[in-house]
Design a protein around this ligand. Structure first.
Ligand code: NAG
Ligand code: NAG
Ligand code: NAG
Ligand code: NAG
Ligand code: NAG
Ligand code: NAG
Ligand code: NAG
Length: 498
């Protein structure tokens, strides 16, 4: 089900947000009108599409105004022990889903459609112009870059405010309302009134929120690629702890590369230790920073090099090819192909409507800044936690600093001592550069009886690498709520370079 109160897209800089969500069931769902879908899907197999009217404003029972959610359902394939629905939210829309969950790919292109849209501009041209005019500058790009970005984001916020003048819509965006939408779907399904939810990335934040708001109605909740909810609601910059494992991820990938050798990882022919290789790659970034090079229509500069490295550690599925291109960056060969590779990867993780990011994330952010000083501690936190990538990403703390709207309902916690009907199951990868294992452990501490499983591998969320162990843990939980032992560590099936 493509849930439509919101949709978000986070640029490379950001961690996690997004949207699509669908129902998997074999149920006739009395409150929901199911029919055929008006789009083709090779990947999804048999699907049905449906709509459900939900309150536009849950805080105003009298208004009676409705919002139409678009739902997609996919019948349960096996003879699973449950015939009840599972609601999914796979974060995205992005590369992770497109490349690892084929079945999710088509959903990601549905968009907001006819429901509640949010935009800051008249059209895509205007949006592109504004993105050029009000850039987010890496903190380390020049001396005043963070202050510039702060002012740019204020101006952009003013543009957005002007565009939405008189509209109430921005206030109806927010995770608490989406959590209520989930429960409206549960009610409409007419099953047992309990939620079975599986959320990745931003979906984990949604899952933590719905579980905290409706603990007694949680039958199964799986959170993977976990966002620290207190940080998300109470600080600037999505999750100030998001980069906790980013440097370790990068360094560990380099070690694995050296270990795998040049036949499996092209970068291993450049240097013979991970530390030397790191110095070479950072040196290359610095070199293109001093002397950028135009490769076709793309400028290769230090920002591009760092972004490429970051995309690869976040989505390591194509790491062997990436290593070839990164080697070419080091030697300065085949740069046109490197640029094309970079453009392909960054195109895959981008989506059309960036504004929705503001709509939901900024509406959910509780504090507001009066000046640059108010966001500095959060920028510093990100730079401290990742010396390699923090400076490139920390400027996002300015994005919501002076947002003019607040979500009509905000659920900011407390995220502690929450006793769900069935305990929550969480997953975190050892080397996830945007949703660290530490955040899975932090959120596990909030939910009584929950267990955080470590997948000892790379990339954003456990879907980055296949692990039979993770799948077994998952299956046992869905089947009868069985939780693994505290401290369970799952190995991926194969090494990263093979
Ligand atoms: C659900 O429906 C599909 C197709 O209609 C069928 O193949 C499948 O066996 C059903 N699953 C359950 C759990 O009843
Ligand atoms: C169907 O369920 C039975 C009993 O739970 C199980 O042994 C069998 O492997 C299942 N088949 C499939 C295709 O999942
Ligand atoms: C986009 O919006 C601007 C400002 O309203 C307008 O001038 C322009 O014609 C629009 N362009 C397209 C392609 O619709
Ligand atoms: C690592 O490789 C780079 C590029 O070939 C080279 O300049 C550098 O000297 C190497 N480092 C060591 C310690 O060999
Ligand atoms: C450059 O690209 C061409 C065409 O893909 C390839 O044949 C060649 O080996 C590449 N050179 C290097 C140094 O990777
Ligand atoms: C979880 O993270 C929040 C926000 O950083 C922090 O306040 C809280 O103490 C952490 N909880 C645990 C159990 O570490
Ligand atoms: C994972 O499970 C598949 C299917 O059961 C099996 O073929 C494969 O050998 C398993 N891999 C590992 C590493 O256990």
């Amino acid at each position: 089900m493509a849930l439509s109160r919101f949709l978000t897209q986070l640029a490379l800089a950001s961690s996690a947000l997004a949207v699509p969500l669908w129902v998997r069931d074999n149920n006739t769902s009395p409150g929901i009108k199911w029919g055929s879908c008006d789009f083709e899907s090779a990947n999804l197999g048999p699907i049905e599409c449906g709509t459900l009217a939900v309150p536009l404003d849950y805080t105003d029972a009298a208004s009676g105004e409705k919002l139409t959610l678009s739902l997609i359902k996919s019948p349960a394939r096996s003879n699973g022990t449950t015939s009840k629905s599972i609601l999914f939210n796979f974060g995205g829309p992005g590369y992770e889903a497109i490349h690892t969950l084929n079945s999710a790919a088509d959903l990601l292109h549905l968009g907001l459609g006819k429901t509640l849209t949010f935009s800051c501009f008249d059209n895509a041209t205007e949006r592109a112009l504004a993105m050029g005019k009000y850039p987010i500058e890496p903190v380390d790009s020049y001396e005043n870059a963070l202050a510039d970005t702060y002012a740019n984001m204020q101006a952009l916020t003013n543009v957005c405010n002007e565009h939405n003048k008189g509209s109430e819509n921005p206030k109806f965006l927010g995770t608490a309302f989406v959590a209520r939408d989930l429960m409206s779907v549960v009610d409409a399904l007419g099953e047992d009134g309990l939620l079975r939810f599986w959320g990745l990335s931003y979906g984990s934040l949604l899952g933590a929120t719905v579980a905290a708001m409706f603990p007694s109605r949680m039958d199964r909740v799986v959170l993977d690629g976990v966002v620290n909810a207190p940080n998300y609601y109470h600080r600037f910059g999505i999750d100030v702890d998001q980069l906790l494992s980013a440097d370790a991820a990068f360094r560990s990938i380099l070690s694995q590369c050296i270990e795998a050798g040049p036949a499996k990882c092209a970068l291993a022919s450049i240097n013979s230790t991970a530390a030397d290789l790191e110095a070479t790659l950072l040196g290359a970034a610095a070199k293109y920073g001093k002397l950028p090079i135009a490769a076709g229509s793309t400028v290769i500069n230090s920002r591009l090099v760092k972004e490429l490295l970051f995309i690869v550690i976040k989505y390591p599925g194509d790491v062997a090819n990436a290593a070839v291109h990164i080697s070419n960056l080091v030697t300065g060969t085949n740069l046109t192909e490197v640029a094309a590779y970079y453009n392909k990867l960054s195109g895959d993780i981008a989506t059309g409507n960036d504004d929705a990011f503001y709509g939901i994330k900024c509406g959910d952010t509780i504090p507001r800044a009066e000046s640059l000083n108010d966001v500095l501690p959060d920028a510093e936190r990100m730079m401290e936690t990742s010396e390699l990538f923090g400076p490139g990403i920390a400027s996002i703390v300015t994005q919501c600093a002076s947002w003019p709207w607040a979500a009509k309902e905000l659920y900011g916690g407390p995220f502690k001592g929450i006793r769900t009907r069935t305990p929550v199951l969480l997953f975190g990868n050892t080397y996830d550069p945007v949703t660290p294992l530490a955040s899975a452990k932090n959120m596990s501490a909030a939910f009584e009886g929950s267990v955080a499983v470590e997948q000892h591998g790379f990339g954003h969320a456990t879907i980055s690498q296949l692990s039979n162990c993770t799948m077994q843990v998952m299956q046992a939980y869905w089947a009868d709520g069985t939780l693994p032992a505290e401290g369970t560590v799952c190995e991926p099936n194969t090494p990263l370079f093979r």
